[in-house]
Design a protein around this ligand. Sequence first.
Ligand code: MG
Length: 247
Amino acid sequence: MIIKKTDAHIEIMRRAGKVVGDTLKMLEKEIRPGISTEDLDKLAEDFILSSGARPAFKGYRGFPATACISIDEEVVHGIPGRRILTEGQIVSVDLGAIVDGFYGDAAETFPVGEISVEKRKLLEVTRRSLEVGIEQVCPGNRLGMVSSAIQKVAEEAGYSVVRELTGHGIGKTMHEDPLVPNYGSPEEGPILERGFVIAIEPMVNMGTYQVVTKPDGWTIVTADGKPSAHFEHTVAVTDKGHDILTL
Ligand code: MG
């Protein structure tokens, strides 16, 4: 069942979303060779708490940190630790915050110093796939129009989209109906209505779409070891179009 949000709910979600967006902007300035992923996680946690919000991921199904931090072939759900970032890596940061009982969720993949042309293109295409997905969000469109737009951009660039993980509805819980796949037919899925709020989050792989879970039980990596990128926004359906809540 898809839970519709009132305008008042959406304004609270915008506050949660702004904390997430501001945290990602802060982290972008800190991401450089030599910093550890647990240092980045600490910065994120302090920033979220000092903004009057709570980290949404910490303790979620036992996840031990504020941010999911995933490097290169790690797709999502990487656990922050002592690992030090090095020049040429790409690092995906996925963050959630809770304000007055409502969730915001967003992610971005950042370059660490100078990166290869190939990785830069992967980041640009994944960001673009999220943008074209969001452009399809308006009342009356099917959710599949969002999914297929994302898939088209990624696959036309020669990449693949992860199938096993999807975006999701979001509200008073982090994961609600509907699932928001990053692939599929425009004729599939529910028709979007004003008040739906969804987290759209393409995960785009340079090689195969297949992924595996590492022995830590959390970290998802590409099956072929090639890099992956992840961009996400929380988006509300408005009366005429959409409203990105995690800017
Ligand atoms: Mg999400």
